[in-house]
Design a protein around this ligand. Structure first.
Ligand code: ACO
Length: 326
């Protein structure tokens, strides 16, 4: 049994905030942001995570040609759901009318879509379910302090989705499908990128722990990314007995153009094999990989048999890479 991606979809909000807009709010400039990150603008939602997730999911279902009643599993990768409960996946289920589906959210920040894709793959390969919808949706705009120039310039909102189906063909995971993967976590370094969502308080506590905005040690995250991403990609290619030259596209989490260029250099690969859309959208966390995958798919750039490596990294710390044969 193997799992294949049979459809993709994405949604970004209409509202565009440019670097010049931010320069009116904090002491920064378009030149600084472009030089250090490659980001030129970002989209900001006024409707929230569930709405974006539903819009991306509907496009993916349409692209896959799968009726919602045939969906058996929905996993939403998000760290910024509208509610603590119900989970975002249940809200997506209700809107789609996917009555049969089992629904849960998965929290792994910017690695969330990759972790969710691998989770759904394993469920499908086990035979537990035949179809799955995997969504990455995040509203980072509500987690950043818009007066902190070191973080507010980096992030945007959006959602992307992929529909998966299992196939009986035992060779399919090699011929076509979601193949080998590697994932990792290091909670001991979690402090370099954090955001507490709710206050910890009760009448029984003397001191409450307040919620707050995102805090980030940018340089530490940068160093972590440029070291870990090439290593995890090489690990997954080794498992699959492939070389980087066999890969058509490396679809990396869209955090910073310099991180992606550094990974390409370390792997001795042309940056043209590392598509990017962070200039328009910034870092959309769990949404960045599926939004990019959908853009590439809809441009008709993917042919059956093309090999892609998807790579995510982010808060936790968490990271991973997955081989997809289209
Ligand atoms: N505009 C102008 N100046 C700024 C800005 C800004 N927006 N932000 C910081 N500066 C200043 C700093 O105050 C500092 O000034 P100083 O030298 O007088 O002290 C100077 O610019 C350099 O600051 P650094 O932090 O050293 O800048 P750096 O080159 O490291 O770039 C950045 C910062 C862009 C955040 C970089 O470290 C980075 O991209 N790190 C990775 C962050 C990331 O990708 N996070 C998310 C990944 S995980 C996830 O997706 C959730």
């Amino acid at each position: 049994m193997a799992a294949r991606i049979i459809g993709t979809g994405s949604y970004v909000p209409d509202r565009i905030i440019t670097n010049d807009d931010l320069a009116e709010m904090v002491e920064t400039s378009d030149a600084w942001i472009v030089e250090r990150t490659g980001i030129r603008s970002r989209r900001i939602t006024e409707t929230g995570t569930t709405d974006m997730a539903v819009r991306a999911a509907k496009k993916a279902m349409e692209n896959a040609g799968l009726p919602p009643e045939e969906l058996e599993l929905i996993v939403v990768a998000t760290s910024t759901g509208d509610c603590l409960f119900p989970n975002t996946a249940c809200e997506v289920q209700a809107d789609l009318g996917a009555e049969k589906a089992v629904c849960f959210d998965l929290s792994a920040a910017c690695s969330g879509f990759l972790f969710s894709l691998n989770t759904a793959k394993v469920y499908l390969e086990s035979g537990a379910y035949k179809t799955a919808l995997v969504v990455g949706a995040d509203t980072l705009s509500k987690t950043v302090d818009w007066s902190d120039r070191s973080t507010c310039i980096l992030f945007g909102d959006g959602a992307g989705a992929a529909v998966l189906s299992s196939t009986e063909d035992e060779q399919a995971s090699w011929n076509r499908g979601i193949g080998d993967f590697t994932m990792g976590s290091d909670g001991s370094r979690g402090g370099c990128l954090t955001c507490r969502s709710t206050e910890l308080c009760s009448p029984f506590m003397e001191e409450k722990k307040t919620s707050g905005f995102m805090t980030m040690n940018g340089q530490e995250v940068f160093r972590f990314a440029v070291k870990t991403v090439p290593r995890s990609i090489e690990e997954v290619l080794k498992k699959a007995e492939l070389s980087p030259n066999d890969v058509k596209y490396f679809i990396l989490h869209q955090a910073n153009e310099r991180i992606i260029a550094s990974v390409a250099k370390r792997m001795k690969q042309d940056t043209a094999k590392f598509p990017m859309n962070l200039a328009q959208y910034g870092n959309t966390s769990g949404a960045s990989i599926p939004v990019l995958l959908d853009e590439i798919n809809r441009k008709g750039l993917l042919k059956p048999g093309d090999k892609l490596v998807i790579s995510g990294f982010g808060a936790g710390l968490t990271w991973g890479a997955t081989l997809v044969v289209w």
